[in-house]
Ligand binder design. Structure first.
Ligand code: NAD
Ligand code: TYD
Length: 355
């Protein structure tokens, strides 16, 4: 089996669902179920013996060690993280705790686990660390996109904590021979994204008739990748990536935030006509402190070496995403009302951590 951390979050849940749609290899899913973890994302796997869910913290070394001893996974796919830049600005401590200390704990447990494997198992074992393009900092309009050799220059507490975790992963490979793989990916969008991030937040606010808060001048550029394409890249890197290597993953879809929000308004106006255009709801608000101006990814290495490229254009992926949110208004309202957290409390509150 494989161990997935953070498999109840946005990308992790998409990964687990895609994995089990394509393979019968079981998934051990370790997730703390923070505000960002939502078991409703995995409702379609209820009763499926191939999915073993454990509520727990990656920074709990005893738990991680016990799970590795019991389940002997052939790979660890590490998604768990605090992931929202705005939250990291207000409360950075948890980002250091989970992203740095948590990754350190996992690496140490993986190193001990590796030593218990026989030669063949050790040869096959992989630790795949899911990271972000934000570790590279910000680009000027004419700069070339981030490549795997771009120097690290993180600007937000989130990016700094992810950069620290990337450095630990690198060191555990070079020093201890842990067979690591690191992916640095651009902004994802798609089903099950928590409505604090740009695209789902704008869809929810647009439908509710609320203002669409664009930070600063809205000319910050991000490279957008459909989450299913990211999941395919991770599967491919796990299958054929070279231990110790880093792979940048991106959609070659650079867009200014204001254009993304405008496109969402247009799609919604077409699918759910309103009295006037939702573009009228756009509202410019104070900029994010330290806001990175532009991210762009050079994904030629993963294309050349592993044959991966994105299957979804941004236009098609965005429309699919809007349709998904329209069809899953219950999911959105449970997230907004906190009902999904009450469910966690009912299931785990009295029992403590359990599988
Ligand atoms: P998310 O915030 O939606 O989900 C994170 C998940 O991790 C949640 O289920 C949460 O409960 C779990 N978690 C948090 N702390 C934990 C802990 N201490 N122990 C166990 N589980 C814990 O995040 P996401 O957007 O799905 O991102 C997943 C990974 O991908 C992160 O490592 C992130 O840095 C990286 N990434 C995200 C993007 C993006 O655009 N969302 C882009 C590139 C890379
Ligand atoms: P976000 O989804 O938080 O991802 P990240 O900060 O990791 O790139 O934000 C994407 C972009 O959208 C970023 O430039 C900040 C901007 N943004 C807004 O303009 N308004 C918002 O309400 C949010 C959440 C983000």
């Amino acid at each position: 089996m494989i161990l997935v951390t953070g498999g109840a979050g946005f990308i992790g849940a998409n990964f687990v669902l895609d994995w089990l749609a394509q393979s019968d290899e079981p998934v051990l899913n370790l997730d703390k179920l923070t505000y960002a973890g939502n078991l409703e994302n995995l409702a379609s796997l209820q009763g499926d013996p191939r999915h073993v869910f454990v509520r727990g913290d990656i920074a709990d070394g005893e738990l991680v060690t016990a799970l590795l001893r019991q389940h002997r996974p052939r790979a660890i796919l590490h998604f768990a993280a605090e992931s929202h830049v705005d939250r990291s600005i207000h409360a950075p401590g948890q980002f250091v705790q989970t992203n740095v200390q948590g990754t350190y704990t996992l690496l140490e447990a993986a190193r001990a686990h590796l030593a218990t494997l026989d030669a063949g198992e050790r040869e096959a074992f992989r630790f795949l660390h899911v990271s972000t393009d934000e570790v590279y900092g910000t680009l000027a309009p004419q700069d070339p996109p981030f490549s795997e050799t771009t120097p690290y220059a993180p600007n937000s507490p989130y990016a700094a904590s992810k950069a620290a975790s990337d450095h630990l992963v690198r060191a555990w490979h070079h020093t201890y021979g842990l067979p690591t793989l690191t992916t640095n990916c651009s902004n994802n969008y798609g089903p099950f994204q928590f409505p604090e991030k740009l695209i789902p937040l704008m869809i929810a606010n647009a439908l509710a008739g609320k203002p669409l808060p664009v930070y600063g001048d809205g000319q910050q550029v991000r490279d957008w990748l459909y989450v299913g394409d990211h999941c395919a890249a991770i599967r491919r890197v796990l299958e054929a990536g070279r231990p110790g290597e880093v792979y940048n993953v991106g959609g070659s879809s650079e867009m200014a935030n204001l254009d993304v929000v405008g496109s969402l308004c247009d799609i919604l106006d077409r699918l759910v006509p309103a009295a006037g255009s939702r573009r009228k709801q756009i509202s410019f608000v104070a900029d994010r402190p330290g806001h990175d101006r532009r991210y762009a990814i050079d994904a030629r290495k993963i294309e050349r070496e592993l044959g991966w490229r994105p299957a979804h254009s941004f236009a098609a992926g965005l429309e699919d995403t809007v349709r998904w949110y329209l069809a899953h208004q219950d999911w959105v309202s449970h997230v907004q009302s906190g009902a999904y957290l009450e469910w966690v409390e009912r299931n785990y509150g009295k029992r403590g951590d359990a599988s």
